[in-house]
Design a binder for this molecule. Structure first.
Ligand SMILES: *Cc1c(COP(=O)(O)O)cnc(C)c1O
Length: 410
């Protein structure tokens, strides 16, 4: 009989969202009159903007005529999209990239997972705690770890706690590591990294020959002009960092699917015989073999995000979500809660009051306010005692949820 990849058996069952669903269904069955408001989701709610939608439609129409039909495109993505992103999104940051350094994909979750293909299994890896679970679980699946301990830490990974004490900015690992995942603005804590803090990480990586895997899925939500949007704003980062971006949260593409990876040509790793080799070449080889490109209409729609009208509309949606974030952040503070995030990212990370566990607070919020959020402990052991609310909801619901919290939790 064929053997399975039993690394998968080390994974703990997807527990967080099913358990949230179970508790919400139980509550709704017992209180059919209650209007439950969900501020737990990490999904956007605003529709595609008119300019993006028109580009999407027009590109579908291109497929209807033999004269404009498009079949397989370049595996790395179309130059029209790569050039739009480089010109409109990286150049204004002072970051120069070559077309060959950017790879368009069908989203950043797959990229964060697939990138592991081009790294040796015996590399040591550091991840944040709490963390976007994809970084952790994909390292388990590929066989880089042992079993999880009772807290949920997998043997072989280096966890970097992000807590109130360190301002949700992890300390450098005590032992040297080969790969480090960083996500700023952060999901779930909403924390951002200043130029000086990112420079610290770049300097660490250069000194230790490490590679930073930088997840910038929320860069478009940064409001403070001094906060870097890209790790390549830091000198030397092209020698030590891979950057991931996504159109999902930026432009409402969670159901459309488009993302990108930047793998600079200067970034090198070591071969088993001690030579140097380009990660860019490996990723190109990986993508051309295992991927056939994001769809043409999707890439046309994505390029429209960076048109003048498209960006204006996109920015309005981002501002809408960030106004939600402000309402949640300020309302919760008024209710006496300690809140973090929500200024340069769409997540509010609050400290549970009176020493409640994350799940205790989940139940309290559900029962007393009929509001659903996400227990921080679901993102890692250091998330215990915290709770995530998302700003991606609809304005009226956000206002009502905050009013209920102010009234009931004060
Ligand atoms: C939502 C999200 C992504 C983007 O995922 P897609 O696959 O592009 O939809 C990447 N990283 C983090 C931390 C996220 O929260």
């Amino acid at each position: 009989m064929a053997k399975i990849n039993d690394n998968y058996l080390k994974l703990k069952a997807g527990y967080l969202f099913p358990e949230i669903g179970r508790r919400v269904r139980g509550f709704a069955a017992a209180h059919p009159e209650a209007k439950v408001i969900r501020l737990g989701i990490g999904d956007v709610t605003q529709p595609l903007t008119p300019t993006i939608l028109k580009a999407f439609h027009d590109a579908v129409d291109d497929l209807a005529q033999a004269s404009s039909f498009m079949g397989y495109g370049p595996e790395q993505g179309y130059d029209f999209l790569i050039e739009a992103i480089i010109e409109k999104s990286y150049k204004p940051l002072g970051v120069e990239l070559k077309n060959t350094e950017m790879f368009i994909s069908d989203g950043s979750k797959c990229d964060c997972a697939n990138i592991l293909d081009i790294f040796a299994l015996d590399n040591t890896v550091a991840i944040g705690d709490p963390v976007y679970p994809v970084y952790n679980d994909t390292n388990v699946m590929i066989g880089r770890t042992g079993e999880a301990d009772e807290k949920g830490y997998y043997q072989g990974l280096v966890y970097l706690p992000c807590t109130e004490e360190n301002g949700f900015m992890p300390a450098f690992p005590k032992e040297r590591v080969d790969m480090i995942y960083l996500c700023f603005p952060n999901n779930p804590t909403g924390a951002v990294a200043t130029k000086e803090q990112l420079k610290g990480w770049v300097d660490y990586a250069l000194a230790n020959d490490s590679v930073i895997l930088f997840d910038a899925a929320y860069e478009a939500f940064i409001t403070d002009p001094s906060i870097p949007h890209s790790i390549y704003e830091i000198e030397g980062a092209k020698k030590c960092a891979i950057e991931f971006r996504s159109f999902s949260k930026t432009a409402g593409f969670t159901g459309v699917r488009c993302g990108l990876v930047v793998v600079p040509e200067e970034l090198e790793g070591t071969t088993s015989t001690g030579g140097k080799y380009s990660f860019n070449k490996l990723w190109l080889r990986r993508q051309t073999t295992k991927f056939n490109g994001a769809s043409y209409p999707v890439q046309k729609a994505a390029a429209a995000v960076y048109s003048e009208a498209g960006w204006k509309e996109t920015k309005e949606n981002i501002d809408y979500y960030m106004e939600n974030a402000r309402i949640i952040r300020e309302g919760l503070s008024e209710a006496g809660l300690t809140v973090y995030g929500g200024v340069n990212g769409p997540y509010i990370w609050l400290k549970t009051p009176a020493g409640l566990t994350s799940w205790d607070f989940f139940d309290k919020l559900l029962n007393e306010c009929n509001v659903v959020g996400t227990p921080g402990s679901g993102f890692g052991p250091s998330g215990e005692g915290y709770f995530r609310l998302s700003a991606f909801g609809n304005r009226d619901n956000v206002i009502e949820a905050v009013e209920r919290i102010k009234k009931n939790l004060k």
